[in-house]
Design a protein around this ligand. Structure first.
Ligand SMILES: Nc1nc(=O)c2c([nH]1)NC[C@@H]1CN(c3ccc(C(=O)N[C@@H](CCC(=O)O)C(=O)O)cc3)C=[N+]21
Length: 294
């Protein structure tokens, strides 16, 4: 069994980006500038946004945190988005999801300038991804593709089973794994909450990508020997015996499944850190595309 170490790989990627930023500075060029919009104060959201800001500092990006109250109206948020779209210094930004219930998420995502949409959530970018055009790939699926590539995991002709059809992970993942070329060329089954006898799919899978958010869902008797397992689930489970009061738990029963797996991602330290690294990579791309335009 080989661990797909997202923590280490994300550090490698950040170092590669940092070296490019160093060169940009030497050339007297503008460095990439990323902003994150966060509405309200969800604990997990704050953790994620916090590590994004730290990563920016670490690699020499400029970063801006736009912190807005839970009570902000949709109209007010839309005018903030307009401001960010028009900000000539800003290369890319994300609006942290989920948004409060009184705000129409789709409406907000549609308002983001596709050229600054480093999450790759805008329909224009999602469409480009599906059509194999250069664009910002959604950071989590992009991070998974990068892990498979850097560990030279074979994907061509393999049966990949994706669990979960969310717009930000499962759906784009199924598209990317079926694309032509490496990593890709996979035969993909996209399973979800209405799938019947899901074990019939997982037991026959060469690669399983779970993005459910149900702790310890995937058990050893649901997989075959030699399977590659990518665990996208990151759930905080209360645990009073831990200093933080919770433990981070994935969708996979790691202790048992890892005995059968050829490759497996840990949680934490797997897909999560990769998501952040790929967001930074997208921001670097946004900067390059913008400088090529001007
Ligand atoms: N517009 C938008 N884009 C996102 O990409 C986005 C979002 N909204 N909303 C929330 C989810 C969640 N997400 C995570 C990223 C990294 C870790 C991460 O690095 N996790 C660490 C553990 C961190 C901890 O201690 O909680 C790990 O897995 O090792 C977790 C979660 C990005 N998301």
């Amino acid at each position: 069994m080989q661990l797909l170490d997202g923590k280490k790989t994300s550090e490698d990627i950040k170092q590669e980006i940092a070296a490019e930023v160093q060169q940009m500075k030497i050339n007297g060029e503008k460095v990439p500038h990323l902003a994150a919009v966060i509405v309200g104060t969800n604990g997990a959201s704050l953790t994620y946004v916090g590590s994004k800001v730290r990563s920016c500092e670490q690699i020499g990006f400029e970063s801006t945190l736009v912190s807005l109250p839970e009570t902000i109206t949709e109209t007010e948020l839309l005018s903030k988005i307009k401001e960010l779209n028009e900000d000539g210094d800003l290369d890319g930004y994300i609006v942290q999801l989920p948004l409060p219930k009184h705000i129409d998420e789709q409406k907000i995502l549609m308002a983001i300038d596709p050229d600054k949409d480093v999450d790759g959530f805008h329909p224009a970018n999602f469409g480009k991804m599906a059509l194999d055009m250069e664009t910002f790939l959604p950071a989590t699926p992009y991070g998974i593709m990068e892990l498979l590539e850097r560990y030279k995991v074979e994907t061509a002709g393999k049966h990949t089973v994706v669990i979960g059809r969310s717009h930000i992970v499962g759906r784009p993942m199924s598209i990317l794994m079926s694309r032509k070329g490496y990593p890709g060329d996979s035969t993909v089954t996209l399973t979800h909450s209405r799938t019947k006898n899901i074990e019939e799919f997982t037991k026959n899978a060469d690669i399983i990508i779970t993005a459910l958010g149900v702790p310890n869902y995937l058990k050893a008797d649901m997989v075959k020997e030699g399977v590659v397992v990518i665990d996208v689930g990151i759930t905080r489970v209360e645990d009073a015996s831990h200093p933080k009061g919770y433990v981070i738990t994935g969708d996979v029963d790691f202790d048992e499944v890892s005995k059968k797996a050829s490759f497996i991602t840990p949680v934490p330290g797997g897909v999560g850190p990769m998501t952040i690294a790929m967001l930074l990579k997208n921001t670097l791309l946004a900067r390059k595309l913008r400088s090529a335009k001007n």
